[in-house]
Design a protein around this ligand. Structure first.
Ligand code: FMN
Length: 316
């Protein structure tokens, strides 16, 4: 985990806190009364599939178990040992989950509305638009706008994805850092191609990038790490990311040692900590719209030169 708690450097691409607070979803509201919580037997649904991903299961009549009082466990005994949760939720827990899921909303603009996206006036390349949207997301109060999903593929062709932090976005591409020895590091070594996705729900915006992965310069990765917090350096020094952990105590011991070393030697080198740059071949900017006329603008690197991009709209 990349603990980035340095608040004082004034670098726009570094977060000011180390708590990965997952609250604050502006689109979660009970605004659409036409979809009732718990009404999952194929009844009235005004929304589309993006609103209620489990709607298909409800429509097939698979979830017909009567509702239970929240917290009440009416299902059969869990198969796990006494005192442990079973591997599968019982029917009432599943029912409660589905009811809760159906309450969730997206594209719920409230009074603020969503930004317009004038694609005619979009910049010639994706980097300038990304910088603009990033600044607007930060200004709009989007929590952690510099976090993104990094998708890779493993040796067997199975996709993988996880959250990482953006360290820079410049003419070379979109920069992130991780352990080269981690699962994603091994995957990138074998298949140096990846996708990145940002989702800025405050403005119903998403950005997708796909392309080749190249290593960042070692010196710039080292400088970037050492400009960050002691916690970030400690996490990088601890290494062993993605290995099986034998016990929490083992982790506590390793981190204590890593923190001590980071405090003692702030210039210590974390050998596996590696910078990567995604050079986009494609970049898509998605602006959500309350009436579902979402706007999608895709940039594709042209054949006329690396800095020449073709732009096209996509059906939402
Ligand atoms: C908000 C957030 C930011 C993160 N940033 C990073 C990061 O910059 N680098 C990193 O290696 N892991 C980061 N992580 C942890 C990764 O999501 C992931 O758990 C870890 O890198 C191991 O992934 P892997 O096993 O697929 O290699 C972050 C997690 C969260 C929730």
């Amino acid at each position: 985990m990349d603990d980035d708690s340095s608040a004082s450097r004034g670098d726009a691409f570094h977060s000011s806190g180390d708590a990965y607070d997952s609250t604050g979803d502006a689109f979660v509201s009970a605004g659409d009364a036409s979809v009732s919580a718990g009404g999952n037997t194929g009844g009235t649904r005004a929304g589309g599939p993006s609103e209620t991903p489990s709607g298909a299961a409800a429509a097939t009549g698979r979830a017909t178990t009567p509702s239970a009082t929240p917290g009440e466990d009416t299902g059969p005994a869990a198969p796990g040992a006494a005192g442990t949760a079973g591997a599968e939720p019982d029917a009432s827990a599943l029912e409660r989950f589905r009811a809760l899921l159906r309450e969730q909303r997206v594209w719920d603009t409230g009074d603020a509305g969503l930004p317009a996206f004038d694609t005619e006036r979009a910049p010639d390349g994706p980097l300038a638009l990304f910088h603009r949207w990033f600044a607007e997301a930060a200004e709009a109060g989007q929590p952690e706008p510099h976090t993104m999903t990094l998708a890779t593929v493993d040796a067997g062709g199975l996709p993988d994805a996880r959250i990482v932090m953006l360290h820079d976005a410049d003419a070379r591409g979109w920069h992130f850092a991780t352990h080269s020895t981690s699962a994603k590091g091994s995957q990138l070594a074998a298949h140096p191609r990846a996708a990145l996705t940002f989702y800025w729900h405050s403005q119903a915006r998403a950005v997708r990038l796909r392309g080749r992965i190249v290593p960042a310069y070692a010196a710039e990765t080292s400088a970037d790490l050492h400009a960050r917090s002691t916690g970030a350096l400690a996490a990088a020094l601890a290494a062993r990311q993605s290995e099986v952990l034998e016990s929490r105590e083992e982790l506590a011991r390793a981190y204590e040692a890593a923190w001590q070393r980071a405090r003692r030697d702030p210039e210590a080198e974390a050998t596996s900590w590696t910078g990567y740059v995604l050079e986009p071949e494609e970049a898509e900017f998605f602006q959500g719209d309350a009436a579902r006329q979402h706007v999608r603008l895709r940039y594709r690197r042209g054949t006329a030169g690396p800095d020449v991009w073709t732009r096209e709209l996509l059906w939402p």
